[in-house]
Design a protein around this ligand. Structure first.
Ligand code: GLA
Length: 331
């Protein structure tokens, strides 16, 4: 019997920066997905208590994006990248909300890969499952979600440089609590809007070169397209905010960290256009609450969850998430 666990992640700061090789600061969390079962047979067959139909995937699956039910695509994406020698039969259970911006799909992918016998470093696991997700969903997602799930560190957030793919653990200050609150808004159209943002960032980089190398906003004046200018301004300013947040966390300066989170939210709202009125209102309400240092949308946006940095006990809604170790397998 094999038991493989993939944690979800919450991104504290640095959104829509990973696919241009920028900086992100997520953490793996204490909500996770577990795949349990036994190897053998010609198919990967997984039954989930949250889904009506099982995922049944042939080992020689060609196109993971077309199989049904839709959750089986993530399993199929991993199978198509890993090409295991034998099948697997088992169950999937999760404590993560599905499709809420906490990387339930990445958690499933890394747990499936480990259950199917993946043997390599956490970076290799992240790269394989990122390719699996891209094949399954057709969305050109970055590496943050899979890398956070694969390389989480108990008690720490992760400073990830998405260009050289280094992961540095940054201890979460003891005197704070991190809360995740669902906006109640499903992330409809998130896939196509995400691809549009990816295209905008790519187009801005054709003119400016790698955005991760730009350190002053003056350099953006070479862009004459107003929309591309705003996209680039978000990415360049967000990379700077991640650096500043990292420094604030290391000095346990939660007031500055919270302020940077709010600035990040405003940039995602005004320059990157990935927020919604529901998310904006939730962030505003949380920030007006005593003991909340800051809040922002987390992940791709377009609905889903907000993350808040608080004094312990300041709010009791949502999930109290704690920084957790990365994906692992017990057999
Ligand atoms: C999704 C993607 C990540 C990242 C975030 C936005 O979660 O899977 O790669 O781009 O959106 O930061």
């Amino acid at each position: 019997m094999i038991t493989a666990t993939g944690p979800g992640r919450v991104n504290l700061i640095g959104d829509h920066t990973d696919y241009s090789g920028g900086l992100v600061m997520p953490m793996a969390i204490n909500l996770s997905t577990v795949v349990q079962g036994e190897p053998g047979g010609e198919f990967v067959e997984l039954h989930s208590s949250d889904e009506q139909e099982p995922a049944i995937v042939a080992l020689d699956i060609e196109d993971p994006s077309t199989i049904t039910p839709s959750w089986a695509r993530y399993v199929a994406g991993v199978v198509s990248e890993l090409r295991p020698q034998q099948g697997f039969k088992g169950t999937v259970t999760t404590t993560l909300p599905i499709g809420a911006g906490l990387s339930s799909s990445a958690a499933l992918e890394v747990a499936v890969a480990l259950a199917l016998g993946f043997d390599g470093t956490s970076l290799e696991l992240a790269k394989l499952t990122q390719r699996g997700e891209q094949r399954a969903s057709g969305v050109p997602c970055g590496i943050m979600d899979q890398l956070s799930s694969a390389s989480g560190v108990d008690g720490s957030a992760l400073m990830i440089d998405c260009h050289d793919l280094t992961v540095t653990a940054v201890e979460v200050p003891a005197n704070c609590e991190i809360r995740v609150i669902h906006s109640g808004q499903a992330r409809e159209l998130a896939g196509s809007a995400y691809a549009d943002r990816f295209d905008d960032v790519t187009a801005a980089q054709v003119v400016l070169g790698p955005l991760r190398d730009i350190t002053t906003l003056d350099a953006l004046s070479a862009l004459d397209d107003e929309r591309l200018l705003r996209r680039a301004r978000h990415v360049v300013s967000e990379n700077a905010r991640v650096r500043a947040f990292h420094d604030a966390f290391r000095r346990s300066d939660l007031v500055s960290a919270g302020r940077l989170m709010v600035q990040s939210h405003c940039s995602l709202r005004d320059d990157f256009d990935v927020s919604t009125p529901v998310l904006d209102e939730l962030v505003e309400r949380l920030c007006a609450t005593d003991g909340v240092y800051g809040a922002r949308l987390t992940g791709a946006g377009f609905g889903g969850c907000v993350v808040a940095l608080c004094q312990p006990g300041a709010i009791d809604e949502g999930w109290h998430v704690t920084p957790s170790s990365g994906a692992h397998v017990n057999s």
